[in-house]
Design a binder for this molecule. Structure first.
Ligand SMILES: [Fe+2]
Length: 193
């Protein structure tokens, strides 16, 4: 099986000003595409050839883990955005966030603090853990919560420099804060099952 680059569910310029069309283009068509291409090369003729990306992430290590996890992480990342600005969480997810962090605003601040605090490259995640509790988690490099027992990833911000440097240079926190405006909370709620 060969993995294909997923289409974006919006135009490349739809996320401006939070993420420029140029960043979306390079991030999706160059970085994400390269991780997928590397994954396809690495599984060819191996026992992983017919596995899903999720299976590969749970079983592989080294270069294959890194490329498969980065492929999955980026597809998950781009799918969570929308051209519709300023959506807010609703229902059970909203209640859980407010119960855990006191308010949605406080949750957003904590999430970005964790993203800024990730030394070097990585990701910051909102997950549902094995006890059904919401949790903010940082992972280094290609790290992915699917490798942790019972973890369901809900939301992620990419903190690799390639995700924000064209638009925000060294201001990682500004780049992360800007993303709240373009989160498709209806998609995140679907992940919260
Ligand atoms: Fe990235």
């Amino acid at each position: 099986m060969s993995f294909q680059l997923p289409d974006l569910p919006y135009a490349e310029d739809a996320l401006e000003p939070a993420i420029s069309a140029k960043t979306v283009f390079f991030h999706h068509n160059k970085h994400e595409a390269a991780y997928l291409s590397n994954t396809n090369k690495l599984i060819e003729g191996t026992a992983f050839e017919n596995d899903s990306l999720e299976d590969i992430i749970r079983k592989a290590d080294g270069a294959l883990f890194n490329n498969a996890a980065q492929s999955w992480n980026h597809a998950f990342y781009f799918r969570q955005f929308t051209a519709e600005k300023g959506l807010m969480p609703e229902g059970r997810l909203k209640e859980k966030i407010e119960k855990k962090w006191g308010s949605f605003e406080h949750f957003k601040d904590e999430f970005v603090i964790n993203g800024v605090g990730q030394f070097g490259s990585g990701w910051v995640w909102l997950i549902k853990n094995k006890n059904n509790e919401l949790e903010i988690l940082k992972t280094a490099n290609a790290g992915n919560p699917l490798t942790m027992e019972g973890c369901v990833p809900l939301l992620t911000f990419d903190v690799w420099e390639h995700a924000y440097y064209l638009d925000y240079q060294n201001r990682r926190g500004d780049g992360l804060h800007a993303l709240w405006d373009i989160i498709n909370w209806r998609e995140i709620e679907k992940r919260f099952v």
